[in-house]
Structures are given as C-alpha cells and as structure tokens.
Design a binder for this molecule. Structure first.
Ligand code: GLC
Ligand code: MG
Length: 252
C-alpha cells in the first residue's frame, strides 16, 4: 500500500473555505487529522486584513493555520507571530511608493476607498463598480505606468480593487511558503473562487481547485487557460474543496 504523504493546503477564505457550513465541518476534520497524522500544512490566503481575518476566524471558529497570507499576499504571518514576516516585507518594499500611488488614485472619482482597516502598508483598496471598471482600470493603469511604479491592479468580484506591489499576490506569497517548507508543486493544492485567486492558479504547477460557485472572472480565466492540474468542482465552497482533494488523490 502506498504510504500517505503530507501536502500543503492553501485556501482562500470567503466563498471558498467559508460559505458552506456543513461541508466546512467535514473538511476541518479531514485537514486536522491529516495535519496530525501526516504533517500536512494549512495556509489561508485571503484579501482580508488582520482585523477582518480575526473577525471571520472567531465567527466561524476556523482551524488555526500553519501560515497566514493576508491582505492579498502582501503580508505573511508564520508561527502565530503578530508581525508580518520581514523577509517578505523587504522583497515587497523595493520600488514601492504608497504616497504616489495614493495621489494618483485621488484623480479618479469612481474609486471609493475601502474602510481604513483594509488600507495596509503594501495595499491600497477601493470599491469600483463593474460598469466603471471597463474604462477606469486601463486609465488608472496607464497613469501608474507613467511613473514607472512597482505596482499592479487586482480586481475581484466586480467590486474590489486592490493596488499592490508587482512582486506580490496570493500566488507569489504561496510559493514563498511552499519553497520555505519544501513542498513540491505536485504536493501543493490551492483553492479559490474569485479574481484575487487567479494568481494562486496561474503562478505555477500547483494543483488547483476552483469551487463550483466561482465568480465569472475566474471562470473566464480558467476556460482561457485550461490545465490538467486544475479542477473545476461541482459542489460549492468547502464541498467543492473536498471533491477536488479526492479528485487529485490527496486523501488516499
Ligand atoms: C477582502 C479585503 C478587501 C479586498 C478584497 C479583494 O475583502 O477585505 O480589502 O479588496 O478582499 O482582494
Ligand atoms: Mg473568495
């Protein structure tokens, strides 16, 4: 019989890990057992800031993760530390100028700042309506390009716009942890539902689970770049994750 191997489990929270309470209970049990018996590691990769993450963790009684990727990949927390990993912050700080980015965004009336808790050292976040996004995103991009800034735009769920350093997103943060902990891409699985998760799926050959309730922007990307190492589940949220873990044979 083949020995059961540990794997690296990386998941988005809202509408991916969280959103299907019955399946979440089941998935939590599967993961907790796998972690205890085989050394599987659990990472949450979310757009939420530390404040909003804590709220959700308490509300849903989430399993304590081995690593935390917050603020769309711009902050990595290890071993329950309260301060972000300094090596990662240093990588992001090269060429990053938050003040200039902020001043450029102020020229766009369509950008409504998100709450203060979501404005982070390496992340500026706005609400931008889908109707306006078609025009505003390219304009904002070309405005930022003029200054040759180290930035990129991430648009999710037809409303959330994040501006972060180019070297940062959920995918690059996930790989930072994967390499640190020495998991092969084949033993790593990433799960998501929306635009800011595309980076998790696009960065390399990690196994990908797209939950059945995924947003149109992720589905459109997936149909443009289909791959055998990516699975589109039928079931929603944690139910889709369990389905995908079985599909890839992680639970054998
Ligand atoms: C979370 C964050 C928000 C971000 C969004 C998409 O909702 O709180 O700031 O814009 O994720 O990444
Ligand atoms: Mg999500």
């Amino acid at each position: 019989m083949k020995a059961v191997q540990p794997f690296l489990f990386v998941t988005d929270l809202d509408h991916t890990f969280v959103g299907n309470d019955a399946a979440l209970v089941q998935l939590t049990q599967i993961l907790e057992t796998h972690r205890q018996e085989y050394g599987t590691r659990i990472v949450y990769a979310t757009g939420r800031s530390p404040v909003l993450y804590q709220e959700l963790k308490e509300e849903k009684n989430l399993l304590h993760p081995d690593g935390l990727v917050l603020s769309v990949g711009t902050e990595i927390y290890l071993d329950g530390n309260a301060t972000p990993d300094p090596t990662w912050s240093e990588i992001l700080s090269v060429g990053w100028d938050r003040e200039i980015v902020l001043s450029i965004t102020q020229k766009f009336a369509e950008l409504t700042p998100q709450p203060d808790s979501e404005q982070r050292p390496f992340k500026l976040s706005f609400f931008l309506k889908q109707e306006s996004a078609v025009d505003v995103l390219p304009q904002l991009e070309s405005e930022l390009e003029k200054y040759e800034l180290n930035v990129k735009l991430i648009y999710s769920s037809g409303i959330d716009l994040d501006i972060v350093p180019r070297s940062s997103d959920k995918g690059q943060a996930m790989q930072f942890l994967r390499q640190k902990w020495k998991f092969a891409a084949e033993r790593t699985v990433v799960c998501g539902d929306s635009g800011n998760d595309i980076a998790l799926f696009a960065v390399g050959n990690e196994r990908g689970i797209i939950v059945g309730n995924a947003r149109p922007e992720l589905l459109a990307w997936h149909s443009e770049y289909p791959a055998d190492h990516r699975y589109l589940a039928q079931d929603f949220c944690a139910g889709g994750i369990i389905e995908g873990l079985k599909h890839f044979g992680f639970l054998e």
